[in-house]
Design a protein around this ligand. Structure first.
Ligand code: PLP
Length: 449
């Protein structure tokens, strides 16, 4: 498309006058006006094109404007745009069947929501009703969504302003060797000590009070900390021992992101409930849900489940899911994420770490990678303080600006940059992105000591 700065200015002006943006001080932001997007790229009205290393908010797993998904949404709109959730509708039935076919174990019943946060809300409600217990355990360094229960479960600073009004949430530390809470020096120690800490937490809270334990299979926004071997299996055992419903939140990690359909498959664990959203239909139309085990489904076989949403299983969103899952299967998108993660991204990021003193650690799997940027590799002092804003965040802002100047839109959270492009990204696109990161890291290096 031809650049059209005037059109861009009008879009920006109306945004600035009327759109109230998430998580932001409204006068301190400067949103880019986006003119279009395709595949792994988007562009503005001034003729700048960016390779999107963020997949939006880590959800466009098949890229922007995939023609098969766009066509499926158009065809569904022409046939039956919407229909209330109490009815059986083809797109909804088919989406549920395709999801259930891929979820681990007997997670074969699908409750559809509008996104991730409400999926987490409903998973917790199901667990409380199933067990008759009140509490929920969740991890620090986590994100579970912006609604009241989900934000209270979140273990990052976005929770602080809302830390009231949702009783019974208890946070614990999950394993993270690079910044170990357990003085561990090996993955084995970190794993064993994290499990011991969790069991002690359960004991001191009173196991009979704990309904659910909720974990991101691989924590996403909090830093892509792939859990050590044995950790999730150990959590599964503790949940079984104490009758706690084990919920895996796969809103970000699911649908190909880790190079498996679900991250749970990397570890061979089966939770009792699993939440999903984002990648289920690459976010073309809002959709999320909870996959439910046979045992928990049985609780609501003859007793009504007290929850619902007007748009539960919206036909447009479900048609997008059917098409997205079809594309992922036909085009080998999950395999692509696994292969390019192992063969291209992982080795390239480790090579960057050797040359750039600002890189403290590289970690990840599939199309789900994090670089932990530090001021000092020995002390591991983060490049910016925890939850830094304004001047204190200047090094990360400079890093991001440099990446954008090189045509790449980076994912930045606190002192980390995440490499999370669409799961169907090509090797050539990745190389372009990695070259821009290389240049931007040289800017981050200037803040090291
Ligand atoms: N859970 C996880 C792991 C997430 O990453 C997110 C969003 O980033 C959510 C839940 C919330 O999803 P949503 O923003 O669709 O409500």
């Amino acid at each position: 498309a031809q650049p059209d700065p005037q059109a861009g200015a009008a879009v920006k002006a109306a945004d600035r006058a009327h759109v109230f943006h998430s998580w932001s001080a409204q006068e301190l932001i400067d949103p880019l006006a986006v003119a279009g997007a395709e595949g792994a790229y988007f562009w503005d009205y001034d003729g700048n094109r960016y390779l999107d290393l963020t997949s939006g908010l880590v959800y466009t797993n098949v890229g922007y404007q995939h023609p098969k998904v766009v066509t499926a949404v158009q065809e569904q709109a022409a046939r039956l745009t919407t229909f209330a959730p109490a009815f059986a509708v083809e797109a909804r039935s088919e989406a549920a069947r395709l999801i259930a076919e891929r979820t681990p174990g007997d997670l074969d019943r699908i409750f559809f929501t509008n996104g991730g946060a409400d999926a987490v809300e409903h998973a917790v409600r199901m667990a409380r009703l199933h067990t008759g217990r009140p509490k929920v355990l969740s991890a620090y360094r986590s994100y579970h969504g912006g609604t009241q229960q989900a934000i209270n479960m979140t273990g990052d600073p976005r929770r602080w302003a809302s830390d009231h009004g949702s009783a019974g949430v208890v946070h614990f530390w999950a394993p993270f060797l690079y910044r170990s809470r357990f003085y561990a020096e090996t993955e084995e120690q970190e794993c064993a000590r994290a499990l011991e800490h969790l069991e002690t937490t359960i004991a001191f809270e009173g196991p009979q009070t704990v309904a659910a334990l909720v974990l991101e299979t691989v924590p996403g926004t909090a830093g892509i900390m792939v859990p050590p071997p044995g950790y999730l299996a150990g959590v599964r055992e503790l949940c079984d021992k104490y009758g706690i419903v084990f919920v895996l939140d796969e809103v970000m990690a699911g649908f190909g992101r880790t190079g498996e359909w679900f991250a749970a498959d990397l570890f061979g664990v089966v939770p009792d409930l699993m939440t999903f959203a984002k990648g289920v239909n690459s976010g073309y139309v809002p959709l999320g849900g909870v996959a439910i085990s046979g045992e928990i489904a049985e609780t609501f076989a003859r007793r009504p489940y007290p929850g619902g949403l007007t748009y539960s299983g919206h036909p447009l969103a479900c048609a997008a899911a059917v098409a997205t899952i079809g594309v992922m299967a036909e085009e080998g998108v999950v395999e692509n994420a696994a292969r390019l993660g192992a063969d291209v991204v992982g080795p390239a990021l480790r090579e960057l770490a050797e040359r750039h003193p600002s890189v403290g650690e590289v970690r990840g799997v599939g199309m789900f990678w994090a670089l932990e940027l530090v001021r000092n590799r020995e002390t591991r002092e983060p490049l910016v303080p925890y939850n830094a804003t304004g001047e204190a965040n200047a090094p990360m802002a400079a890093f991001a600006a440099a990446a954008k100047a090189h045509g790449v839109w980076p994912f930045v959270n606190m002192n980390r940059t995440h490499v999370v492009p669409p799961c169907n990204v090509t090797e050539a696109e990745l190389k372009e992105g990695l070259a821009a990161l290389d240049a931007a890291l040289s800017v981050a290096d200037t803040f090291t000591e």
